[in-house]
Design a protein around this ligand. Structure first.
Ligand code: ADP
Ligand code: MG
Length: 230
């Protein structure tokens, strides 16, 4: 078996600077293989977003180790972490963070400009259209966010996350601002990425969405426990 794309061992995060230090993540162990999907559920304040920040290299653990495809990245300097972040990870949040004066295609293209310098125009355009097709909104390429529904805007955000072909997609309550039906289409788009080998880690409150992932892990006061999906 190949090494997991993600392997966390004993990840612990302590918040200082208050009266007493508070443990936000408490010895989290987690392995995720390429193409797997994992839901992380748990009540508000249980540490879900903190765990995603550690996974996405926005935040560092105080203890424990993090290996990416078998390589220890626990103590990577910030510059290298930022490079890995843009080459290996895609992020989707509850808020879409689209630039409202740009079209859907231009919003997606921004991810290519920031990450890799300018690609030749034709290649850039092909990759943007491919990403929009993957989330089934290629027909909206020239629309601005104000003319799209919430679900369509979130799918633009997913296309923007996918256009650099990340190995890991991290989604923090991506359906939190959407109704159930629209949310289902967003989950469809995220799951489609796993059929291309991308690993998906989804934080959600919605148990129906969680149930569509290959695995479900529960976070309670910083302790992650997993039960096998029936
Ligand atoms: N920057 C911060 N400063 C102070 N407390 C924080 C900060 N980030 C997170 N917390 C606290 O850490 C805990 C976990 O937060 P979070 O990871 O956002 O939980 P969740 O996403 O599960 O709601 C919460 O109690 C929250 O108040
Ligand atoms: Mg959160």
């Amino acid at each position: 078996m190949t090494s997991p794309i993600i392997e966390l061992q004993g990840i612990t995060k302590v918040l200082k600077g208050q009266k007493e230090p508070r443990t936000i993540l408490d010895g989290v162990d987690l392995r995720v293989h390429a193409g797997e999907s994992l839901a992380i559920v748990g009540r508000s304040g249980s540490g879900k977003s903190t765990l995603l920040s550690v996974l996405g290299l926005f935040d560092r653990a105080d203890q424990g180790s993090y290996a990416l495809a078998g390589r220890d990245i626990s103590r990577l300097p910030e510059g290298k972490a930022a490079k890995l972040r843009s080459s290996h990870y895609g992020f989707v949040f509850q808020r879409f963070f689209l630039l409202k004066h740009l079209t859907a295609a231009q919003n997606v293209a921004m991810a290519l400009v920031n990450g890799q310098g300018w690609l030749p125009r034709r290649e850039r355009r092909a990759r943007v259209m491919q990403a929009l097709e993957q989330v089934e909104i290629a027909h909206l390429a020239k629309n601005r966010p104000s003319r799209m529904s919430g679900g369509e805007q979130q799918r633009v955000a997913i296309a923007r996350a996918l256009v650099r072909e990340p190995q890991i997609l991290l989604a923090d309550e991506p359906t939190g601002a959407l109704d159930t039906e629209t949310g289902t289409l967003v989950i469809d788009a995220l799951l489609a990425a796993t059929t291309r080998g991308c690993s998906l880690i989804l934080v959600t409150h919605d148990l129906a969405h969680a149930g569509r992932m290959g695995r479900i892990a529960h976070l309670d006061k910083g302790v992650l426990t997993e039960r096998v999906n029936a």
